[in-house]
Design a protein around this ligand. Structure first.
Ligand code: GLA
Length: 387
């Protein structure tokens, strides 16, 4: 799959620019085992890069112009780095421009020709956008010696999303895409950006993604709304408990005492965050002890929190999680990522996948008239040059 992706991206570059690309880069999508909607709440997350990539075929050109071609969309965008870079009405272009806009102030002056193509399904919650942002940042840093650290590349990707795309996302997706390590999950402290790798050996279990193939349009506004709600909630908590600096210092008991003042919505949102931060820590312990049943249980708890308290799930995702609840080979399931569509992540007994996929696909088709997609993913390394 990776080889094929590289081959056809390279071939398209050659056809377009009449010359082989000088470099090939791969930037991966990500999964997240647990720790959802807590990256922007100073929590911990447990993501990993996966073997689905954006492949970039790249050459420097001796001008200040950039030609970026999105092969899968059959679209090209050309611009001059000397011009003021501003968001346009094409989303994929904005991910790129948002990064380049920042890199200009870090010394980027010279143009490139890029063709990119992807095996990361778009809108499936696997962070194809972070892969694109980080891929562009990584490439420019490498080609033009901009001296950026991996952390800076991730932060630039995140800022691009804030400023050029309008999603106030946290740092998880970009961090996972850049820092991914084969067969390891990353425990990231989103407050300090300290991180550690944990072996992702699920023994007799494997990770299975079920793609709802829906993407509800309120993703951006829904996401930003949640951010505003928890910010309001935290401000109220702080007035009563000055020792609370972030959600990490907050307990369920504190929240209970403020239930009335917070009101139903903010109370629910904050409660989810406090519990989710704790769950990730418990999940890391479970993972270290090879206690996969416990890990799975925590994942399923997360789903119910996301669905009922944080309210970022949707009918289709709830269906997918409920549908596997009584399937013995499935020991944990939850919606993954920002929500309002995309994939569920399932911890399932190896060997049970095929039958399970058939069964759930049938039920999903009957209920929603939608063809389910399933992905068995491997945990792989972060953004890199392919040689
Ligand atoms: C999206 C955002 C991330 C994170 C997740 C939810 O993927 O980009 O920063 O907040 O949603 O955990």
């Amino acid at each position: 799959m990776k080889k094929k992706l590289i081959q056809h991206t390279t071939a398209f570059f050659e056809k377009t620019f009449q010359k082989a690309p000088e470099h090939i880069f791969l930037s991966p999508g990500r999964i997240n085992i647990i720790g959802e909607h807590v990256d922007y709440n100073d929590g911990f997350v447990l993501p990993a890069a996966i073997n689905k990539y954006i492949c970039f075929a790249v050459s420097k050109n001796a001008t200040t112009e950039c030609a970026i071609i999105a092969k899968d969309l059959n679209e090209a965008y050309k611009f001059d780095l000397n011009h003021d870079l501003k968001p346009i009405d094409k989303m994929w272009v904005n991910y790129v421009l948002g990064v380049l806009h920042q890199l200009k102030s870090k010394g980027l002056q010279q143009g490139v020709n890029i063709v990119f193509s992807s095996t990361i399904p778009m809108g499936a919650g696997l962070s194809s956008s972070a892969a694109l942002e980080c891929g562009i940042g990584y490439i420019m840093n490498k080609l033009f010696d901009l001296g950026l650290s991996k952390e800076e590349i991730a932060l630039i990707g995140q800022k691009s999303e804030h400023t050029f795309v309008g999603v106030n996302c946290g740092i998880m997706d970009q961090f996972a895409s850049v820092f991914g390590k084969k067969n390891h999950v990353i425990k990231l402290d989103c407050n300090t950006l300290e991180y550690e790798y944990h072996k992702a050996d699920f023994k007799k279990y494997s990770l299975l993604l079920l793609d709802s193939c829906v993407k509800h349009t309120h993703l951006t506004s829904g996401y930003n709304d949640r951010r505003n709600e928890v910010e309001q909630g935290l401000a109220i908590i702080k007035t009563h408990f000055p020792e609370v600096k972030t959600f990490r210092d907050c307990t369920e008991i504190m929240l209970l005492g403020l239930k009335e003042e917070l009101g139903e919505i903010l109370y629910k949102r904050c409660r989810f965050v406090v519990k989710e931060i704790k769950r990730v820590q418990d999940a890391v312990k479970a993972l270290s002890n090879d206690d996969f049943v416990q890990l799975g249980k925590l994942m399923t708890e997360t789903h119910h929190g996301l669905s009922k308290e944080y309210e970022v799930s949707c009918e289709e995702l709830d269906f997918l999680v409920d549908a596997v609840a009584n399937e013995t080979p499935v020991i944990g399931a939850r919606m993954m990522g920002g929500g309002f569509g995309g994939c569920s992540i399932n911890l399932v007994e190896k060997g049970s996948e095929k039958e399970l996929i058939e069964k759930i696909s049938e039920q999903y088709r009957t209920t929603f008239g939608i063809e389910l997609k399933a992905y068995k993913v491997k945990i792989s390394k972060g953004t890199t040059e392919y040689k």
